[in-house]
Design a protein around this ligand. Structure first.
Ligand SMILES: [Fe+2]
Length: 305
C-alpha cells in the first residue's frame, strides 16, 4: 500500500528558547494518511497520551462545582481533546514527544499547526483540575505571598487583577497567574509583556487553547473561562463562577509548589547560560571558533539567500 503524505516544514528558528529536547535541525511535520506503509523495523513507536483524572472525585468540589459539571467537562470535553490528539499525531513526528513539546512546536509562532488546540487543551485542563482542591480558597502564604505583595501591591490587588482578566477575556479562553522568568525574547511567540521586568509574577489572559508555555512563562494558576466550564452551574454568570473559584476552590498549596519549581527552573537556566558564556569566552581566548547555534550544513540554498 502506498502512503500519501502531506507535509509542512518547521524551521528550527523557533525551537531552542523553551529548552526543547528535539533536534534543532529542520523538523518535518509529516502526516501519513495510512498507518500501514511502514515496515515493522522502521515503524514509529506510538506513545498514546492518556486522559488523566482530576486528583479528587467527581463530587468532591460540591457545592461550588457540581458533579454534573465535572462529569461533563472532564468526561466529555477533556476526553475529546485526548482522543482527537492521539488520532492527529499518530504516525507523525509529533508522536512520542512530550505534551509540552507538542504544544511549543505546534504553536508555530501563532500560525497554529493542527495539533495545537487539542494538545494545549489537554495540558490546560490537567493544570486546571490541579489548581483546585476540596476546601480550597483562602490566602497564599510564605514566599509566594511576598512576591504577590511586591508585584500586585497586595493579595487583594492580585485578586482584582486576576478576576478582571478572567471576566474580560472575550469568548473562550483562560486567565493565568504566571512567573515570568529570565527571558524576554521567545523564538516561538510574541512576548505579551515585553516591557515588564523579568523574575516577577504576571497576570495574563489567553484565547481559546493558548497558554503561557508558548511565551516561556511558568504558569502557576489558571481558570477555565470557556462557557462549558461554568454554564451548568452558573448559566451565563461568569463573574459568579470566578468569585467562587477564588474564594472556595483555588489550591494555594499547588500554586506555591509550582512557584518553587518555577524559581528552581529559572535558576538552573541562569547557571546553564553562565556555563555557556564561560565556555564561549574560553574558546574565544584560545582562538577557537565559537560554536554558533545553527549548523551551516543545515542551511539550505533558499535560506542562505
Ligand atoms: Fe474546559
Amino acid at each position: 500500500m502506498v502512503a500519501t503524505a502531506t507535509s509542512t516544514l518547521l524551521t528550527s528558528s523557533f525551537l531552542p528558547c523553551q529548552g526543547l529536547r528535539v533536534s534543532t535541525r529542520s523538523l518535518q511535520w509529516r502526516k501519513n494518511e495510512t498507518n500501514c506503509t511502514r515496515k515493522a523495523g522502521s515503524r514509529i513507536i506510538t506513545a498514546k497520551l492518556e486522559l488523566r483524572p482530576p486528583p479528587y472525585s467527581m463530587n468532591a468540589l460540591e457545592p461550588h462545582m457540581s458533579r454534573k459539571t465535572l462529569e461533563y467537562h472532564w468526561g466529555k470535553h477533556h476526553r475529546g481533546y485526548v482522543e482527537n490528539l492521539n488520532k492527529q499525531i499518530m504516525g507523525t513526528e509529533l508522536d512520542g514527544m512530550t505534551l509540552e513539546d507538542i504544544i511549543i512546536v505546534s504553536y508555530n509562532k501563532g500560525d497554529l499547526l493542527p495539533a495545537f488546540n487539542n494538545a494545549a487543551q489537554i495540558w490546560n485542563h490537567d493544570f486546571f483540575w490541579e489548581s483546585m482542591k476540596p476546601g480550597g480558597g483562602g490566602n497564599p502564604s510564605g514566599d509566594l505571598l511576598e512576591l504577590i505583595d511586591r508585584d500586585f501591591g497586595s493579595f487583594e490587588g492580585f485578586v482584582k487583577e486576576f478576576k478582571s482578566a478572567a471576566s474580560t477575556q472575550f469568548g473562550s479562553g483562560w486567565a493565568w497567574l504566571a512567573y515570568k522568568a529570565n527571558r524576554l525574547d521567545v523564538g516561538n511567540a510574541v512576548n505579551p509583556r515585553p516591557s515588564d521586568e523579568d523574575k516577577k509574577l504576571v497576570v495574563v489572559k489567553s484565547h481559546n487553547a493558548v497558554n503561557p508555555l508558548v511565551w516561556d512563562y511558568s504558569p502557576l494558576l489558571t481558570i477555565d473561562v470557556w462557557e462549558h466550564a461554568y454554564y451548568l452551574d452558573f448559566q451565563n454568570k461568569r463573574a459568579d463562577y470566578i468569585s467562587i473559584f477564588m474564594e472556595k476552590l483555588v489550591s494555594w498549596e499547588a500554586v506555591s509548589s509550582r512557584f518553587e519549581m518555577a524559581k528552581a527552573r529559572a535558576a538552573e537556566r541562569e547557571r546553564e547560560e553562565e556555563r555557556r558564556r564561560e565556555e564561549e569566552e574560553e574558546q574565544s581566548a584560545n582562538g577557537e571558533p565559537v560554536e554558533m547555534y545553527l549548523d551551516s550544513s543545515d542551511t539550505d540554498a533558499s535560506e542562505a539567500e
